[in-house]
Write a protein that binds this ligand. Sequence first.
Ligand code: FES
Length: 271
Amino acid sequence: MATQTQRAPVTETPALSALQRKDAWWVGPLTFFIVFTAFAIWATFRAFQNDYYNTYDLGPLYLSPFYSPTLKRGLKIAGFAISPALIILPFPLSFRLSCYYYRKAIYRAYFADPLACAVTEPKPLERSRYKRYMGERAFPFIVQNFHRFAFYAAVVFIIILWKDTIEAFFIRENGATHFGIGLGSLIFLANILLLSCYTFSCHSWRHLIGGNVDCYSCSLANRTKHGLWQKVSFLNERHGLWAMMSLVSVALTDVYVWLVASRYITDLRLF
Ligand code: FES
C-alpha cells in the first residue's frame, strides 16, 4: 500500500529585520565603549607620565594601583628609560582582556561581532567575516585561553593592593608614622573590595573551587567544596557588574592619587 508522506508545513523564515530587538540593546555596548575607551586613554597617559604616583612626600601613604608594586626608579631597558607602569600594567591588563565578560563586551562594542543577541550584524561585515571566521581558535584571540594563568597573576596583585590599602590608612608626619583616615583611605578601601569581588568572581576561580568533583555530597571535603562553590557562584552571577565597577574604581583611585600628588587638591583628612 502506498503511503503518503506528510510534509511539514513550510514555515517562512522570518525576515532578519523581524528579529531585530525593539528594546535599547545598544545602551550596553555604547556604555562599555565609552567607559573602556576613556579608561584606556587615561591608563596610557598615566603609564607614560611616570610621575605623581605616590603621595609619600605629603604625608598620606597612597600609592597609585597603576604603579604598584613599587619598582626601582630609573628603570632602563636596552638603554631606554622606562616607566614602571609599563612593566606592571600588562599583568592586570591581560587578566581583564582575557576575561570572559570583557571578551563578550569588547567583541560587541568594538567589533560589532555580534552587536547584541538577536541583532543582525551590518551586512558588509557579515559577508566578509563568514569567509575567514576563526573565532578564538587562531591568533590573536587564541591567546585568551591563558586566562587561568592571568588569574594566578591577578591574585598576587590583589595581595599587593591589599597591602597598599592598609598602608593608605597611615600617614607620615614629623618623621613618625601613625594611623589616620583620609578620603583617599576610603577610596583605596572601596577599590580593593571591588577588585577582590571582580577577581574572586572569575570563572576560572569558580572552576578551581568547585570543579573536578563527581559527587558533592559524598564526603565532608566535597560538601565543603560545594558550599564554597555556591558562595563563589553568588559573586560570579554578578561578574559583569564587578568588572565594570572595579575598572572605574581603579581609575578613580589613580586619579585621586594624581590629584593629591600633583597638589591640585589636598587630601581630606577625616581622622
Ligand atoms: Fe572574568 Fe575570569 S572570567 S576575570
